[in-house]
Design a binder for this molecule. Structure first.
Ligand SMILES: [Cu+2]
Length: 135
């Protein structure tokens, strides 16, 4: 069971742990960000991540002990902090099942450092995760 501790107003900023690891195929990269309640990773349908091309990710959401999180409400936002702008598109998130969520309509439109944020709510637990991306 997920913790029912009160987390409203609690935002993770300094504890993000981003690791890159390769699957056995050696082709697809998966990045995992450990947030407070969920382990979240993504796989892009285009790798390496493309510049100036609409593509999609499959976001996998699991509990800290690895159980898939279903029926989560997920919003996505992001941008380039150094340039003070957001994403050039409005990606949409839909549930696939088994803890997987399809994120469609992603585009990174210029070189530099991007942040991708996902706000994930499941039951009474909310978590925010960030992926750092650099082109
Ligand atoms: Cu920019």
């Amino acid at each position: 069971m997920m913790s029912r501790m009160k987390i409203l107003g609690y935002y993770l900023s300094g504890l993000l742990l981003v690791t890159g690891l390769s699957l056995a195929t050696g082709v697809r990269a998966v990045e995992t960000t450990n947030a407070t309640h969920f382990n979240v990773s993504y796989k892009s349908n285009v790798e390496p991540l493309p510049l100036n091309r609409i593509h999609s990710w499959v976001l996998h959401v699991a509990t800290r002990d690895g159980k898939p999180v279903e029926k989560a409400t997920i919003s996505v936002y992001g941008g380039m902090p150094a340039h003070r702008h957001g994403l050039p598109t409005q990606p949409e998130v839909s549930e696939i099942g088994g803890g997987d969520y399809l994120v469609q309509g992603l585009k990174f439109s210029m070189m530099g450092k991007w942040e991708m944020w996902f706000n994930i709510r499941a039951g009474d637990v909310t978590d925010k995760v960030k992926f750092d991306i650099e082109f």
